[in-house]
Design a protein around this ligand. Sequence first.
Ligand code: FES
Length: 137
Amino acid sequence: MARHVIAPVDELPPGTRKFLDIDGRPIAIFNIKGEFFGLLNRCPHQGAALCEGPLIGLAQSSDPGEIEYTKLGEIIRCPWHGWEFDIRTGQSYCDPKRFRARAYPVNVEPGSAVVKGPYVAETIAVSVESDYVVVDL
Ligand code: FES
């Protein structure tokens, strides 16, 4: 595993991201509220530059009219088709069954019970050493 020094911490203030090519892999490093995360800049859906999308939050609903907006600035929306991924884990909240034409029995469940989709973006381990952001690949 090779170590790659990315940048001084000061160059990546909270809410910003930095794009890199490390060993031929397009990667983006994010500073989310002082924590650093790496994400492969390739959407697992159809390969768009995922990390160039907008940072948003996660809207969830447990009852009609009740909307909780959490994870502000921690979710990235793919610029091609809008799929959303948690930057901390690469996990998508997209339900792939929505895209099928085949009909299934329908149940009503609270939004908080929605199962996460199987799509996961590749995340990269990022650490901070002596005020430098470092990636292990
Ligand atoms: S390529 Fe990212 S949502 Fe389709």
